[in-house]
Design a protein around this ligand. Structure first.
Ligand code: NDP
Length: 449
């Protein structure tokens, strides 16, 4: 059995009931097989793959808090510090009822390679809790965040582990968590990113993932002889990534005709009205049916938007899944191909299933995986860390320009890596290979630790 197959089998045996984690490891290891096979003896001797698929540390803890009725609630808290070979652990905190160890491990594993691709000194980690911020009062959110950090603060630090936002963790939650961290440690240091501008945040951080996704998508199209201007785009999600992806797509001259939330999806043939969408989702924290109610040309479809017959059935040139994992299935990929879609770039983490990815690639669709396409968020978080250590604030233009350079570089790195290994146009393999090689080199240089 090859080294890759041995490790894949070991991961399934040693991590039972963690399907998302198995999926993420399989996707990475399968696509770097060509690199591993060429260096099998050295990697096997150092157990490099066993070490890279095993988190350096997993912190699982109780998060008790009191709701507005005086009842005690208990949630499960997680922080997986996956790999610090190239820098302090860096990765977001997800607050969503679906959170479990498998999901946090898949996200943390992906984060290792994503962070490596940015070219910045950041290792991989991820965390969160099975807490649902929806419908909670501000006081309840604060009570949860304070309890969460009262335990987690022991493991964080500006040179140790620097969390950020993710699904369910926005500026409000980061503020409450940072306040509690400061109270527990007495330190005013850049230990969270995505902070408010009045206390150390970076301009352009909230836009960064969505903007970065479009910078990379535009470069991918350009290198394949196509222009993003004039293209019709399907976006899923209506949160931080989706909103700023829509904004930048519109600025680049494309038309975005869809978005979604956990209750349903919108088809707006005249193009999404971004001000209205932000009013509904960011200010009112309402459901998308309120968007359709205010805009007669838009259609609202309640219920599931993927798995056939939903949002991905709309005829578009480019698809940008920006909501959550496994939200673009094989049936959706078939519909996109049948409608002539030319490119898919992942704003969310692992939104496309393995079967759907393979189908898109086999049918000539340009496909860029999330670990490259959505790396703009973490890259700008690293810029926030730099500003914090220098006690400086850069202008919006400077951060945005640096972000654009980083995204263009990422695309060329993965394109070059794919070409070098005879996998021209396979951007999944290119991203995994480029991300892996840097981490593997650092791990090898640092010995068996
Ligand atoms: P938000 O919480 O701001 O938005 C998520 C959006 O997706 C919301 O519209 C939400 O619906 C919808 N959604 C979430 N879970 C589900 C689900 N299970 N089924 C259907 N819809 C769902 O999160 P972000 O925009 O920050 O993150 C989106 C994705 O991008 C995630 O995969 C995240 O890991 C990834 N990502 C985010 C980065 C960032 O900087 N924020 C950086 C890199 C990756 P509703 O409005 O009803 O809640």
């Amino acid at each position: 059995m090859s080294y890759v197959d041995e490790v894949l089998q070991m991961v399934v045996e040693k991590n039972p009931a963690q399907p998302e984690f198995h999926q993420a490891v399989k996707e990475v290891l399968e696509s770097i097989r060509v690199v591993i096979d060429q260096n099998e003896e050295v990697y096997r001797r150092d157990a490099l793959l066993e070490r890279i698929v095993t988190p350096e540390r997993q912190i699982l803890f109780r998060v008790p808090w009191v709701d507005d009725k005086g009842n005690v609630q208990v949630n499960n808290g997680y922080r997986v510090q996956f790999n610090s070979a190239i820098g302090p652990y860096k990765g977001g905190l997800r607050l969503h009822p679906s959170v479990n160890l498998s999901i946090i491990k898949f996200l943390g594993f992906e984060q290792i390679f994503k962070n490596s691709l940015t070219g910045l000194m950041i290792g991989g980690g991820k965390g969160g809790a099975d807490f649902d911020p929806k419908g909670k009062s501000d006081r309840e959110i604060m009570a949860f965040c304070q309890s969460f950090i009262s335990e987690l603060y022991k493991y964080l630090g500006a040179n140790t582990d620097v969390p950020a936002g993710d699904i369910g963790t926005g500026a409000r939650e980061i503020g409450y968590m940072y306040g509690q961290y400061k109270k527990m440690t007495g330190l005013y240091e850049g230990v969270f990113t995505g902070k408010g501008l009045s206390y150390g945040g970076s301009l352009a951080r909230k836009e960064a993932t969505g903007f970065g996704l479009l910078y990379l998508t535009a470069e991918m199209l350009k290198c394949n002889g196509k222009d993003i201007a004039g293209k019709t785009i399907a976006v899923s999600g209506a949160g931080n990534v989706a909103i700023y992806a829509i904004k930048k797509a519109q600025q680049l001259g494309a038309k975005v005709v869809t978005c979604s939330d956990s209750t349903g999806w919108i088809y707006d043939p005249e193009g999404i009205d971004l001000d209205l969408l932000r009013e509904v989702k960011e200010n009112k924290r309402a459901r998308l049916d309120a968007y359709a109610a205010a805009r007669p040309c838009a259609q609202y479809h309640a219920g599931k938007y993927f798995g056939g017959g939903g949002l991905w059935n709309v005829k578009v040139d480019v698809a940008l899944p920006c909501a959550t994992q496994n939200e673009l299935e094989l049936e959706d990929a078939k519909a996109l191909v049948a409608n002539g879609c030319m490119a898919v770039a992942e704003g969310a983490n692992m939104p496309t299933t393995l079967e759907a990815t393979e189908y898109l690639q086999k049918n000539g669709v340009l496909f860029c995986p999330g670990k490259a396409a959505n790396a703009g968020g973490v890259a700008t978080s690293a810029l926030e860390m730099s500003q914090n250590s220098g006690r400086l604030s850069w202008t919006f233009e400077k951060v945005d320009r640096t972000l654009q350079d980083i995204m263009i570089n990422i695309f060329h790195n993965l394109d070059d890596a794919a070409k070098k290994y005879g996998l021209d146009g396979n951007y999944v393999a290119g991203a995994n290979i480029a991300g892996f090689l840097k981490v593997a080199e650092a791990m090898t240089a640092q010995g068996i630790v």
